[in-house]
Design a protein. Structure first.
Length: 404
């Protein structure tokens, strides 16, 4: 038994010694491999640093060659020419954010090129091409809702026009002025008129008015499929209103009723802005025009009277006729009545003593009309309008708040 135990101990000790020897050899080999790799990395790092130092030294002392070379494609060697930038812009598809970032980068390249970029831009604008950056479902959008300086331009043409504006100078101003008289797009003309008015107040007033009038008489939308062109006439009339021009009143009045039997909202807005209460009898006469076969088309004319209800006798008479006209859809009559608390007030958020006479006149009018309403639609609408006007009277009666 003792012998067996002794043999077991000897065998175990042998295994331990063998494991120790093997472990030492493995550790030594691993350390040697690591040392070899470290030495190789140190040598490679030294070589790379030496090569970098030599390259930097060459760059610092490299002389400019006096020998003639081929003319660069731009004022900055290595950068694309303005024409090449335009080619790149035309090739980018709108939509992806990555493409839009690249578009903005390329536009910045054109701005940096300065007046040298203007010939290439003029050439592109002369082709009457465009690429919309707005989504197809952008809706009916006026250029007045788009700032003169774009974060994201609505189209390539507008992007380039903005580039020209930022380049500025006599050449840039001339290019914008030339485009103003050549464009067939109301949205573009409106933007250009505003931009030029900002750059040179009233210098291009006559040119802008003449171009807008001509398009209002002769032209149709350049591209009705584009969201930018869906309100072309609205934009053209906005040019007339910007300059306070009343010389187009007769023509606008003739255009007030469209061929499809609908009221031209753009012409109506211009006439309302230009004529004020003088438009009321014109709208009242047109309200009975037999060419207005759809009763719903009459509501914009009745709204002309709504602006002056409580302040003008003719407006009161026309308004009463409209809200009691049961051929007018109930929803439209409801809106005409409930909006007595809205239309005709210059600033509903800051009512004051100057608004009290109009508020009181409209309250008195409702009290008279509510005694003999045309139907339940009017009864409900009178109740709502009366409640709102009472609240407005209370607010207008309060003394003005002291300014801090």
């Amino acid at each position: 038994m003792k012998r067996l135990l002794l043999l077991t101990l000897i065998f175990g000790l042998g295994l331990f010694l063998a494991w120790g020897v093997a472990s030492h050899r493995f550790t030594s080999r691993r350390a040697a491999e690591l040392a070899q790799r470290q030495a190789a990395w140190d040598a490679e790092r030294t070589a790379l640093q030496t090569a970098l130092d030599e390259a930097n030294a060459r760059d610092r002392i490299l002389p400019v060659s006096p020998s003639p070379v081929a003319a660069p494609t731009s004022d900055h060697p290595g950068k694309p020419s303005p024409a090449e930038v335009l080619t790149s812009l035309r090739s980018l598809k709108p939509g992806p954010i990555r493409n839009m970032r690249q578009t903005i980068h390329l536009l910045e390249e054109l701005i940096a090129a300065g007046p040298a970029a203007l010939p290439a831009i003029r050439d592109f604008l002369g082709r009457n091409e465009d690429i919309d950056f707005l989504p197809a479902d952008a809706g009916k959008r006026r250029i007045a809702d788009v700032p003169n300086e774009f974060i994201v331009p609505p189209s390539l043409r507008f992007a380039l026009l903005d580039v020209v504006k930022q380049i500025g100078g006599a050449e840039g101003e001339k290019l914008l002025a030339d485009t103003l008289t050549a464009t067939g797009r109301g949205v573009e003309l409106a933007w250009l008129a505003r931009a030029l008015q900002e750059m040179a107040p009233d210098k291009y007033r006559d040119a802008a008015l003449a171009a807008a009038r001509d398009l209002l008489i002769h032209a149709t939308a350049a591209n009705s499929a584009s969201p930018l062109d869906r309100n072309d006439r609205d934009n053209l009339y906005s040019v007339l209103m910007m300059y306070g021009d009343s010389g187009f009143v007769t023509t606008a009045q003739a255009q007030l009723l469209r061929a499809d039997g609908k009221v031209d909202g753009s012409a109506l807005k211009y006439l309302n802005k230009t004529l004020g209460p003088q438009l009321v009898p014109i709208a009242a006469q047109m309200y009975d025009d037999p060419r207005l076969v759809d009763p719903a088309a009459k509501e914009p004319l009745a709204r002309v009277a709504l602006n002056y209800v409580g302040a003008d006798a003719q407006a009161n008479q026309f308004y009463l006729k409209a809200i009691n006209d049961l051929s007018l859809p109930g929803e439209q009559r409801k809106n005409l009545i409930e909006d007595l608390n809205q239309d005709g007030f210059s600033d509903r958020k800051n009512l004051g003593a100057q608004d009290l006479p109009l508020i009181q006149n409209r309250l008195s009018l409702i009290e008279q009309l509510a005694a003999n309403p045309a139907d339940d639609v009017n009864v409900s609408a009178f109740r709502e309008a009366y409640k709102d006007l009472l609240k407005m009277r209370d607010r207008a009666s309060q003394p003005p708040k002291a300014k801090p």
